[in-house]
Design a protein around this ligand. Structure first.
Ligand code: B1M
Length: 212
């Protein structure tokens, strides 16, 4: 439907007012909220993710697109709750203890939300205990840790150890990311996977769900 294409295009171009307008128009035309979400907002955000991966879009474009997406989500969220649509899965995310960098983590959170995940964002400087507590209370399927400093990335290992000690490790997939990280570091600390960027984080989360 043309209105869904217009909606996706408004997310790609990052126009929050247009996204609001087309979200309302799509709902008024009788489309189901879940179709407006998946075929409009998420379809647009998927294109943004692909463009970001291909270096056609950079951080500012992604942030503007994410803001537009959020404007549409704000209208859709209560409608989706009414129809009882379940989110894809729960994703607990935070920047590790001692680290205050949150731009990349926020991008990951926004992309995950855009992909249909329920995101529980713990913010920055998150201790292993806080991660464990959040997994326990939310029963999240996936936990994501971000670190931008070579010193703080070591704290990811402590969170994996704390998950092991709490007995929760088997029920949650652990994803790590951030500029100084590598796949081999992820393997070394016993995480389930490393994502180099926000779009890859969504791909990896979907892979986790297929395997489990
Ligand atoms: Co800081 N800083 N900083 N800094 N800072 C870096 C990281 C640094 C590389 C700069 C440098 O020296 N060249 C350096 C780290 C050196 C190192 O450890 N190797 C550094 C330093 C040293 C510091 C301080 C120690 C400086 C000081 O005070 N002496 C200090 C530490 C504070 C602390 O955290 N305790 C500090 C402070 C700050 C600011 C507060 C000023 C600010 C942060 C503001 C904020 O985040 N709200 C800041 C910034 C902005 C940077 C740089 C310039 C930019 C980081 C950024 O946002 N990049 C950075 C240099 C650089 O990278 N060019 C630098 C954009 C962002 C989109 O990318 O975060 O990599 P990124 O996220 C990507 C991927 O990595 C991935 O997806 C994102 C999108 O594609 N990703 C994930 C990230 N998390 C993921 C999680 C996932 C999956 C993917 O799964 C869960």
């Amino acid at each position: 439907m043309a209105v869904l294409e217009d909606l996706a295009a408004s997310v790609i171009s990052g126009s929050a007012p247009k996204t609001e307008e087309y979200t309302n128009a799509a709902l008024a035309s009788g489309l189901a909220p879940v179709d407006v979400l998946t075929k409009g907002l998420i379809a647009g955000m998927n294109v943004v993710g692909q463009k970001f991966k291909a270096n056609e879009f950079y951080v500012p474009e992604v942030l503007i697109a994410a803001r537009a997406m959020k404007a549409g989500m704000k209208i859709l969220r209560p409608k989706l709750a009414e129809t009882g649509i379940k989110p894809e899965a729960k994703f607990v995310v935070g920047t590790v203890k001692g680290d205050l960098h949150d731009i990349g983590k926020n991008l990951v959170a926004m992309m995950m939300e855009g992909a249909g995940f329920e995101v529980i964002d713990l913010g920055v400087d998150v201790t292993p205990e806080k991660f464990v507590e959040a997994v326990k209370t939310s029963q999240a399927e996936i936990i994501g840790m971000s670190a931008l400093l070579t010193t703080t990335m070591l704290n990811m290992k402590d969170t994996v150890a704390a998950l092991n000690e709490s007995g929760l490790r088997k029920q949650v997939k652990v994803m790590v990311g951030g500029a100084p990280l590598t796949q081999s570091f992820s393997d070394e600390i016993g995480a389930d996977g490393y994502a180099p960027d926000a779009a890859s984080a969504v791909d990896l989360a979907r892979q986790f769900l297929q395997k489990s």
